[in-house]
Design a protein. Structure first.
Length: 184
């Protein structure tokens, strides 16, 4: 029974990730080089920078998975203290996030962001296949001041769902008619 549940979760998340990949490439293919350099509906960022920021949502999950698995073996107070410490560092995080997105948007300009997205997605899908049935509901506390889309406590299942939610949130900030892609 648990195996079927884990398999259903795995398949559901895999389908969501692949759907996000299709939407990402549909969006990217609809934008010219000029569109990518244009201001987005997010003050201070271009459309290209928003695409890089969306990609970061997938990158961060790949980096958080080992951390979540590690903290899930410890008493919950450890990850709660870690999240508290990260929340205390929200101002530097916001500055680093903004600067990183601006730099990443320049480095991964044009179609390079599509290749980066695919590489990250392929790695995330590989990690997805490695999740054991008993790990889906394990997790850790997160710094909710860093991202309003983080829950106070997120399971491995919720962590895998996060980048798709993050992607759907930011797609509305692309200043183009294509932002009517399915939002679910």
């Amino acid at each position: 029974m648990a195996s079927n549940s884990g398999e259903r979760i795995n398949e559901s998340i895999r389908l969501e990730l692949e759907s996000a990949r299709i939407s990402f490439h549909t969006l990217l293919d609809s934008l010219s080089e000029e569109d990518l350099r244009a201001k987005s509906n997010n003050p201070g960022w271009t459309n290209g920078e928003i695409l890089f920021h969306m990609t970061l949502g997938f990158i961060i999950v790949a980096r958080l998975l080992p951390l979540a698995k590690f903290f899930s073996h410890l008493p919950k107070g450890y990850s709660r203290a870690f999240a508290w410490m990260l929340n205390a560092m929200t101002a530097p995080f916001n500055w680093i996030n903004a600067a990183g997105v601006r730099g990443g948007g320049r480095i991964y300009n044009g179609k390079k962001i599509g290749r980066k997205f695919d590489k990250v997605m392929d790695g995330l899908l590989k990690k997805l296949t490695g999740v054991k049935d008993n790990e889906w509901q394990s997790g850790m506390y997160y710094p909710t001041k860093w991202d309003a889309l983080f829950s106070e406590f997120m399971t491995i299942e919720k962590l895998f769902q996060y980048p798709v939610t993050h992607f759907r949130f930011h797609i509305k900030q692309i200043s183009s008619g294509i932002n009517q892609l399915p939002q679910k």
